[in-house]
Design a protein around this ligand. Sequence first.
Ligand code: NAD
Ligand code: FE2
Length: 426
Amino acid sequence: MATEYRTETIFTWGAPPLKFGVGALDEIGFDLGQMGLSRVLIVTDETVSAAGIPQRAAQAMQGAGLKPTIFAGVHVEPTDESLREAADFARDTEWDGFVAIGGGSSIDTAKAINLLTTNPGDLMDYVNKPVGGGKAPTEPLKPLVAVPTTAGTGSESTAMCILDVLALRVKTGISHPRLRPVLAVVDPLTTLTVPPHVTAATGLDVLCHALESYTARHYESYARRRPEQRAVYVGSNPVSDAFIEKALPLLSRSFRRAVLTGNDLAARTDMMMAASFAGMGFGNAGVHLPHACAYPIAGRVRGYRPPDYPQAEPMVPHGESVSLTAPAAFRFTFPSDPERHLRAAELLDPGAAGSGDPRERLPRAIVSLMRDIGMPNGIGAVGFTDADVPDLVEGTLKQQRILAMAPRDIMPEDLTAIFYHSFQNW
Ligand SMILES: NC(=O)c1ccc[n+]([C@@H]2O[C@H](COP(=O)([O-])OP(=O)(O)OC[C@H]3O[C@@H](n4cnc5c(N)ncnc54)[C@H](O)[C@@H]3O)[C@@H](O)[C@H]2O)c1
Ligand SMILES: [Fe+2]
């Protein structure tokens, strides 16, 4: 009998249906009509709105007889405050469904709006424990269609919403299968206006999603779970692996070109495909060390202001923050499965196969990419000093859910070493 197994024998994999390709957004009226939606709220931010993308979608919807309204009040890298404000705006009307148009910030905001306008209680009730109450939604959510305009987060296919809890200076999330969009409409044309630094940062998020989920603890290594205990993130598994093995060569081929020549539609299309594939991978397998370290990096930043981002306050964009410790993190995880790390390095940088210290191959491939696309050289370059390390370690240790997905057990002194080795990556 299956219940006799002490370790896990089952993995789950989920993703919404996907409509992918140049011009896909122009068909969104048809797709929403097929779902029987009429009164829809388009959730976006000011910059994406200024690029005319939500208006293009609204026109397609009106052409199909729908009644769209645009809300362009998304905060880039959402906070508990910005999510509550967005939900308050949406509460005034009875919507048939929601359409998120933008990067992860817009898609995550739409997920929170959907949750908070269909379910009782406050945002913090649903935020993952121990920061929030970890409550599951009791009521069904409305259909949410996600249209990513960055080749980045993969939020269009994940069951996750990430936010900054301002009072606690902590980044955390809400994860539940009901948050997952019902359809992802991915149109590479929408990314032609993404500026170079945002292209670089969001692409590094894709890279880390791919590498972290590929090297995450294998699903069979967990203790056997009952169905109601099985989390959204199950560990690396054959289906997620297959997506990542497709994503990495696309990044290898087109990442540099997408940053340096923003109007190269073929490169943008490869990046969108890589982001979608990586989302389908990590959205089920999970991420580990670089993402865990990224949360305190983003939460405790003081003086860094990246180019091409709108806000006045200091910030380290999500994609940058995950990349800063990646070389040191993968050097640390290498012994857990050398073959897998070498395979990832080969897919990312086929030219480097076979040369030098095997443990350095993946860190070297990541560093080469980061240098070429003009990313900051380590946590020192975004304003951290030696004195910040204990604080960064303490913040990372709070991310136990993510750390548990790492393929090696991690002691506080391991994190200290990873942060020290990440001051300068090259
Ligand atoms: N839910 C998930 O599964 C998941 C996964 C990873 C990250 N995230 C979260 O997503 C957020 C980051 O999202 P992101 O990296 O996609 O970027 P973003 O949504 O924060 O956007 C970054 C910047 O690019 C601009 N922009 C977006 N599309 C544009 C376009 N087509 N043309 C011109 N400008 C454009 C935005 O206005 C913004 O200024 C973070 O809050 C992060 O924590 C969520
Ligand atoms: Fe991410």
